[in-house]
Design a binder for this molecule. Structure first.
Ligand code: SF4
Length: 372
């Protein structure tokens, strides 16, 4: 949830008015206006983004979510970036819906590691009849642990959306992926309008919307700006806006796409922050390929949420300890995390480090030193 103004320190409130800008919530953005922001000199753009960010959020906190794949592979959709699509041979095996106990265990571990939201993703066109009641149970169990819940299950009808709400679902993820204009180059099995309709159902049911897109799929700058415009001009800004950088997976039609320029990515984070001031902007897929310095610049540009954990559905994600170390180096704390769990984790790590240290200085080391 967003911090109230009263939670924010007077220090950064004062700073937020340095350039006289006030972050007005608008839903009538033009691509040309967003482009003008995007093309500002980098320092001006980052300053503006940071100024807006400080009006709504504690600047040194980042929210952490964990994402678990609850049903992997053989998806009937043909999203060109996705290793889980049944249309491409990426070597992924088809799996059934995972057991409830497995989800509960993963959610407990996620909470221990400092995550405040547990997201569950299923590779479906829309939820399947026999599996849907099990997913509702998963939501109830995870919610009962005190975690926020999020699912991504494909397109929803009204009844399914209401059942998700009743189960206590906090967020539903459904990305627009790219601009309306470029969309047919990426997906042909469902329309842009289908996506917008699902977002409408979710919003109308009172569930928080998590919607963003993927950059670096061969789209033009105009497409990227147009995606941001679509998101910013929804009747209500999505509460969470994941900005993904394409992971070009072998076997998908996008496997040979050249990686995008990191500064272009950081600029898009900054414009997303400026045009959707109250939304959590999440660094999502692609973080594994980003340097620490690039991630730090993304946080400065207004990203204030990450996916945390070794896997992002089926692709790699930075190691959790590395994320905690990066946070510590940047003076960032995980928003709302259970501090006792994190300090327990720190203690465990300190014990392991001490044991390795003691062992390597003894005659018969217990551990192989893989670092030196
Ligand atoms: S992105 Fe989702 S809907 Fe598209 S192929 Fe992958 S799992 Fe299916």
């Amino acid at each position: 949830m967003q911090n109230s103004q009263s939670d924010l320190s007077s220090n950064f409130q004062a700073n937020s008015s340095l350039n006289g800008d006030s972050a007005v919530i608008r839903n009538d953005w033009q691509v040309t206006e967003i482009q003008a922001l995007y093309e500002l000199p980098m320092n001006d753009l980052l300053f503006k983004a940071q100024t807006v960010h400080r009006q709504y959020f504690e600047p040194n906190q980042v929210q952490a979510s964990t994402l678990m794949s609850i049903k992997t592979g053989a998806c009937p959709e043909d999203c060109a970036y996705c290793p889980q699509s049944g249309h491409y041979n990426t070597g992924l095996s088809k799996e059934q819906l995972v057991a409830l106990e497995e989800v509960v265990k993963s959610a407990q571990n996620a909470k221990k590691s400092g995550a405040t939201r547990f997201c569950m993703g299923a590779a479906w066109r829309s939820p399947r009849g026999k599996d849907f009641p099990v997913v509702l149970e998963m939501i109830k169990e995870v919610k009962a642990m005190g975690l926020e819940t999020c699912v991504t299950l494909g397109m929803l009808n009204k009844e399914q959306t209401e059942q998700l709400k009743e189960a206590g679902l906090d967020y539903y993820n459904h990305n627009l992926d790219t601009s309306a204009e470029y969309y047919s180059e990426i997906i042909t099995t469902r329309t842009y309008q289908d996506r917008l309709d699902t977002l409408t159902q979710v919003r109308d049911a009172g569930i928080n919307v998590c919607a963003g897109g993927i950059l670096g799929m061969g789209e033009t700058l105009r497409d990227r700006l147009s995606l941001i415009k679509e998101l910013a001009n929804l009747p209500e800004h999505p509460q969470s806006v994941p900005i993904n950088q394409l992971i070009a997976v072998k076997g998908t039609p996008l496997e040979d796409i050249k990686a995008m320029d990191p500064f272009e990515f950081i600029r898009m984070i900054a414009v997303a922050r400026i045009v959707m001031p109250k939304s959590y902007v999440r660094l999502s897929a692609g973080r594994e390929g980003m340097s620490d310095e690039m991630q730090a610049m993304c946080f400065f540009a207004g990203a204030n949420s990450i996916f945390y954990g070794e896997k992002l559905l089926t692709t790699e994600n930075p190691d959790m300890n590395h994320d905690l170390e990066l946070f510590a180096r940047l003076g960032i704390t995980p928003e709302g995390a259970d501090k006792t769990c994190i300090s327990e984790l720190d203690k465990e790590q300190a014990q392991i480090d001490a044991a390795v240290q003691a062992s390597s200085s003894s005659e018969k080391p217990l551990y192989y030193n893989a670092v030196n």
